[in-house]
Design a protein around this ligand. Structure first.
Ligand SMILES: [Zn+2]
Length: 472
């Protein structure tokens, strides 16, 4: 353990520099070329073998070190979010003057990918010092945000021989990521009608925009008759032009359908498609349905969660100096009570009515409670293939919501860097325990089989759906 402390003391400046660089690049899904390259070059420099273009994706890669033993994988991300460009450290929403409207790291993936990267090389250092045998992998996973990068990678089988996968997510508290997440399916509905002069010959026109509107109305009626934990969202991505005097010949709506389990998402998708077909019939239009992407619901693994929890507790409380506390307090003052309440509620037993500027402890882990986090992640697809564990680690002022300008602004703070290093230490310690106690891996794999009820993983993205960046 002392060796590990020394490793992170030595490597912290390099970690911080890498995370800061990726924060500044803020590259969007499937275009994370420079960010992926920074990771690949550094891992190659540390003696890892690099496989590029994993699953046919130019910004996905795999780095591996070691010849024998269990395959221990760290999952890294590095994609940003569009429209969240923000000046580092600004206490009010201040899009950077150079590139307003461009992307920003509003989900902390610059920290996520960097921490997982250094956990991989810390494990390598431990094994090189006689700590056992394992094949250490780092998966560079692009497009977590809206691109289901890992699901496409899972479809190509790149995680099939992994014995256990470890990752984390930056947040405003620390604990085991113990909830399940929702499965989802995203599809485009393109309606084709017939253009016509809206006053002179309306009877000759068939409005694709009418079809979109009727589809949305139909789906809004469907809501009453779907599982209560399901979600359906839509965005009209083409309303058919700007002229009201032209009957709209083409219109398009993008649907994102979520449910607690894959088969429920698939069933709901079928019903939404029926509504679309009905809308097409009503308006005498044609509907073209294009499957875009999907991801699975997350399978928890209690065996691994317990190992991770013990390591989080062994790390102890995060110590943050008064300067960092003060800065976090200033960011917290920009949040609403509702923002803070949303994070506080599940932590009521530890907070006891207090709202800290920085969450310094570890949230209790209750293996019996498996709640749903109402969101989705493509880590879920990995969790169906190999036992997977994730930590939350405090990197932001307590209460900071995901995908907010405040999250982007705090991305290079001392607290963000400290959380990133802490996450890497915890992931490394968890991996070391798995290498030392192979029975834990066997137990985790048996648990996964049980959770899958003996069924194999079935990728929710059909085999014939092309990678998003290859579509015309
Ligand atoms: Zn994220």
């Amino acid at each position: 353990m002392e060796q590990l402390q020394e490793f992170f003391r030595r490597e912290t400046p390099r970690m911080t520099a890498l995370a800061d660089q990726i924060w500044s690049l803020a590259e969007l899904r499937y275009a994370e070329t420079a960010s992926a390259r920074l990771h690949m070059d550094a891992l190659a420099g540390s003696g890892f073998r690099i496989t590029r273009d994993v699953a046919g994706i130019p910004t996905a890669f795999m780095a591996e070190w070691g010849e024998t033993g269990p395959v221990i994988a760290f999952l890294g991300e590095y994609d940003a979010l569009s429209g969240l460009n923000q000046q580092s450290g600004a206490l009010v929403c201040t899009p950077s003057v150079d590139s307003p409207g461009l992307a920003g790291h509003g989900c902390g993936h610059h920290l996520l990918g960097t921490s997982a990267h250094f956990a991989a090389i810390a494990l390598q250092a431990h094994l090189q010092a006689g700590g056992g045998q394992a094949r250490v992998r780092y998966y560079g996973c692009p497009a977590e945000e809206g691109g289901s990068g890992k699901t496409f990678m899972a479809r190509a089988g790149v995680f099939d021989d992994v014995d256990a996968a470890l990752t984390w997510h930056p947040g405003s508290f620390t604990g085991v990521f113990s909830q399940s997440t929702l499965a989802n399916i995203q599809a485009k509905f393109i309606f084709h009608g017939k253009a016509s002069h809206a006053a002179h010959s309306p009877h000759l026109g068939r409005s694709a925009l009418d079809a979109v509107e009727l589809m949305n109305v139909g789906v809004n009626y469907l809501r009453e008759h779907m599982p209560s934990d399901a979600r359906v969202h839509y965005a009209i991505t083409d309303s058919g032009g700007l002229s009201p005097n032209v009957v709209q010949a083409r219109a398009e709506v993008l649907y994102l359908i979520r449910a607690a389990r894959n088969h429920e998402a698939a069933e709901l998708y079928e019903r939404v498609q029926n509504v679309a077909r009905g809308a097409a019939l009503m308006t005498d239009c044609k509907v073209e349905i294009v499957f875009d992407k999907a991801c699975s619901n997350l399978l928890q693994n209690r065996t691994l969660n317990q190992v991770l929890y013990a390591k989080l507790q062994a790390e102890g409380a995060l110590t943050v100096d008064t300067g960092e506390q003060g800065q976090a307090g200033q960011f917290q003052a920009t949040l609403s009570k509702n923002d803070i309440d949303a994070v506080s509620r599940p932590l009521a037993s530890v907070l006891r009515g207090q709202v800290p500027a920085v969450f310094e402890g570890v949230a209790p882990y209750d293996p019996a409670a498996e709640e749903i986090l109402f969101g989705s992640t493509d880590v879920a697809d990995v969790s169906w293939i190999t036992p997977t564990v994730q930590a939350w680690v405090a990197c932001y002022a307590f209460g900071t919501p995901m995908h907010s300008w405040q999250m982007v602004s705090q991305g290079q703070s001392g607290l963000a860097h400290a959380g990133m290093v802490r996450a890497a230490r915890v992931l490394t310690a968890t991996a070391i325990e798995l290498v030392q106690r192979p029975e834990l891996i066997a137990q985790a794999q048996a648990e996964l089989l049980e959770r899958r009820q003996g069924k194999p993983y079935a990728c929710p993205i059909p085999a014939d759906v092309p990678l998003p960046f290859l579509r015309t």
